[in-house]
Write a protein that binds this ligand. Sequence first.
Ligand SMILES: [Zn+2]
Length: 271
Amino acid sequence: MTSNEIGPIIVIVLFIIGLIIFSVRASRISYVKSNSILIGELRSLNSEFTFIKIREYTKYYFAHDTKRKFDRDSPYDFMNRHVYENLNSYKDLTNKISINLSMYNNYLDSYDNLRDFNGQVPDNSKLKEKVFIKYEEMLYRSMKFNSPTTNFFVEYYITYTSPKGQNHYKDCAEYPMNIIEQNIYEIEVDIKKKKTRQYRIKAERSIMTDSKRYEIMKRDNFKCKICGSSANDGVKLHVDHIYPVSRGGKSTNDNLQTLCDRCNMGKSDKI
Ligand SMILES: [Zn+2]
């Protein structure tokens, strides 16, 4: 045998040894997989959990049609607008993430509890106890689900391209879930405030019944409180909120006065 022939032979021998080790290992793994109570329990636990797929990175673009608008905007402002306009889909996303998180916590608890089945080697095991437990432990670790997506990042781009396409301007920033969540919260507080305001205005206006109007006109002797005209002078009388409802005024007697249509028109929303 020449030294030239030894090289390839060593390679072949090593390859065969590797193959044997690999196949012994594979058959042991498959034996433990089908005979370990722990791994059986883990497989059935894994089949109970499906986490929601979430896109972790997203980009949004906003192209301005003038340089002026581009200069006045910022990626942060664009993020604000985008969250405001797509509030429900952002809420849906954060909701899915919290579902994933709580599901994963449940999973981890159940996973740890499976330790009770640890090392229960079958009586007629064809593997030695030590070997069986070693592979069982390896499988137990490798079959554990990784954490699902529990955060997301959005990149916001604002752009402007000059009419002939000679100049491009771009500004961008990336925000993680917690910043966006803070935004969602602020937007919702704002919406709630607006709703409460609209509700209050409606309630104050509903107090203004015909009998309430009559009561105020009678108190004011059926005369305009500003110019003193009455229906006899050919004017139409109204009951006016001194401090407008739209600005927080109430429909209480001390905030109501009789005005003619001319004076009322001039006053409009003023106090
Ligand atoms: Zn008047």
